[in-house]
Design a protein around this ligand. Structure first.
Ligand code: GAR
Length: 217
């Protein structure tokens, strides 16, 4: 099995990155993490990537100011240098231009802390609580030029408790993120997930028949 070469792009602590690195340690995992790249110098995740023996790169976005494409060209050079096949965005907090997204069309995935298409954007847990939704969760999707949109690969849901705060709810959603992101990467890297008519279908994964009802009765 030829493993797909993956770069993870981060801006912060990198807990999803760590979950991907750990999953990719399994011999049968169809991808290897060869590069972790950050747009923020000193992002916490860089240290843990290095500790796991993974090469890191920092390309700060700030010096490029409003020239987003110049920043992305620098990232692209680094990705090509490492012969990257797939890009995983894991808490990478920069908007990407259509040019960059096009370079990685069908080969770049992102995790978002909400059940898309609900709650695109920031402060997803606060907004879910304010709306009083009873089920919330996380989504891994292919990246398209629109932000927090694109064919959905995997979703994971949690029940919302009456006494939840954004922190307690976010912590439960994060645990789900750490389960679904490795699974989504496995599906994409192995070719089990692909886009047909704008939506993602998977060949081998079977949907669980479990029903999640909240509040339960
Ligand atoms: C994660 O919760 C991820 O879903 C979110 O940022 C966090 C990064 O945490 N991403 C977004 O909000 C993107 N729209 P991590 O650095 O510990 O993985």
């Amino acid at each position: 099995m030829t493993k797909r070469r993956v770069a993870i792009l981060i801006s912060g602590r990198g807990s999803n990155m760590a979950a991907l690195i750990q999953a990719a340690n399994a011999p049968d995992f169809p991808a290897e993490i060869v590069l972790v790249m950050s747009n923020i110098a000193g992002a916490g995740g860089l240290e843990s990537a290095r500790a796991a023996g993974i090469e890191t790169a920092t390309i700060e976005s700030k010096p490029f100011g409003r020239d987003r494409e110049a920043f992305e060209r620098a990232m692209q050079d680094e990705l090509l240098k490492h012969k990257i096949d797939l890009v995983c965005l894991a808490g990478f907090l920069r908007l990407l231009t259509p040019w960059f997204v096009q370079q990685w069309d069908g080969r770049m995935i992102n995790i978002h802390p909400a059940l898309l298409p609900s709650y695109r954007g920031l402060h997803t847990h606060e907004r879910a609580l304010a709306d009083g939704v009873k089920i919330h969760g996380a989504t891994v999707h292919f990246v398209i030029p629109d932000v927090d949109a694109g064919p959905i690969i995997v979703q994971g849901a949690v029940t919302v408790h009456d006494n939840d705060t954004a922190e307690t709810l976010g912590a439960r959603v994060l645990q789900v993120e750490h389960r679904i992101y490795p699974q989504a990467l496995r599906m994409v890297a192995s070719g089990q997930a692909s886009i047909h008519g704008g939506v993602c279908k998977s060949t081998t994964a079977t949907a669980s028949e479990k029903t999640l009802i909240s509040p339960s009765f």
